[in-house]
Design a protein around this ligand. Structure first.
Ligand code: SF4
Ligand code: SF4
Length: 369
């Protein structure tokens, strides 16, 4: 399959018969369509749109009780150095619009800023997620200069709010909070929503992003994925009542679809949601340069090991069309096809973590709020 690629310095265009996309580097606006504007392609045939690259792991002073990587302060630090990153980056196709970097403590990778600079200089907008520690004026200014967005993981209220404040003051336009959503944390989400509407440090926050808990890593005996969709719905309605902008990871899409399916805003909200896109539009790479559908699949099931990018020459044929990820795509694309559910046509659900799609197990009766 062939495509035409154009880049005017601000907007990138990809045109082909079954996949078309534009990406605006300045405001982050991204549009994707298929043969017609009404089509949603199942796959970007020419490479990933988004890469999620872990550039450090192991040692981390956050010690968050739910860390899905099981990072902690007693572990040795491991990081992806600049040369390794550059070698990989130079093989990437022009479909890659953004790279989301995952870092433990901000000083865990001595090449952190150099990696981000190289990415930006070469037309790919970086963003990163951090634990909020060590964020000072210097870090915030560098982030404003180089990044399209930054996310702070919420585990300690003041660390998070202070970091957000630094980033906003430095002029980062998209500062998000990542909140791990589980049955055990949903009440804290209400508290955070209150903070967002009252705490001066959070003025200018772009959005609150919910990441549904997956049973992987350290939190496995203490946390449970969302089971009560009425509570989930109430929490979203509470955020809306406080005019707090929210979003969520694509893992949460199935349960979100169920909460909106019989509402007047269904069609409008549907435009903004994307079901799991792992290996279809995005791809995760760990600090060793190994590829997995997403970060939560690392070490799980048939993904005990990833697809090595060592010595790769042609990213698309060797990594994007590796037989293992091609087989994964079939599973993911068909993951919700057999559901007896109105959302089946637009939904994809996790092929691995059944527990995050309670909608598949129980017939949901949502209370009217
Ligand atoms: S029941 Fe199936 S199709 Fe319906 S929302 Fe859940 S995962 Fe998606
Ligand atoms: S594969 Fe599962 S855990 Fe990974 S992004 Fe998709 S839904 Fe989430």
């Amino acid at each position: 399959m062939r495509y035409i690629y154009k880049d005017d310095g601000v907007v990138k265009y990809i045109k082909s018969e079954h996949y078309n996309a534009t990406f605006n580097r300045i405001n982050g606006e991204f549009l994707r369509w298929g043969k017609t504007y009404d089509d949603d392609p199942d796959l970007c045939y020419f490479g990933p749109e988004l890469l999620d690259i872990e550039i450090s792991s192991g040692q981390c002073s956050g010690n968050c009780p739910f860390c899905y990587k099981s990072n902690e302060s007693s572990l040795p630090n491991k990081y992806m150095g600049f040369d390794r990153f550059k070698q990989l980056f130079d093989t990437l196709p022009p479909t890659v619009n953004q790279i989301a970097f995952g870092i433990t403590d901000l000083d865990s990778n001595p090449d952190f800023w150099r990696i981000m600079e190289y990415s930006k200089e070469n037309g790919v907008i970086p963003n990163y997620t951090c634990n909020g520690k060590m964020v000072d004026e210097h870090v915030a200014e560098k982030t404003a200069e180089l990044c399209g967005a930054v996310a702070v993981s919420y585990y300690d209220k003041n660390t998070c709010h202070d970091a957000v404040n630094h980033f906003v003051k430095a002029g980062v336009t998209q500062v998000n909070i990542h909140f791990m959503l589980a049955e055990e944390t949903i009440n804290n989400a209400h508290e955070l929503i209150d903070d967002i509407s009252t705490d001066e440090r959070l003025k200018g926050l772009y959005g609150l992003i919910f990441l549904q808990y997956k049973p992987h890593g350290r939190g496995i005996s203490n946390f449970t994925p969302i089971m009560d969709l009425n509570n989930f719905n109430k929490m979203l309605k509470y955020a809306e009542s406080k005019q707090v902008s929210y979003g969520f990871d694509s893992c949460t899409t199935p349960i979100y679809l169920k909460t909106i399916e019989n509402t007047a805003e269904y069609q409008q909200k549907l435009i903004y949601v994307e079901p799991c896109e792992s290996g279809l539009f995005s791809y995760y790479c760990n600090a060793d340069g190994e590829f997995f559908p997403c970060s939560f699949m690392e070490g799980e099931g048939e993904w005990k090991t990833g697809i090595s990018s060592d010595g790769v020459n042609d990213f698309v044929s060797e990594i994007w069309y590796h037989p293992r990820i091609v087989a994964w795509r079939d599973k993911l694309i068909n993951s919700s096809k057999s559901c007896n559910c109105e959302q089946s046509r637009v939904c994809r659900s996790c092929p691995h973590y059944d527990a995050i799609t309670v909608c598949k197990i129980d017939k949901i009766q949502l209370e009217v709020i």
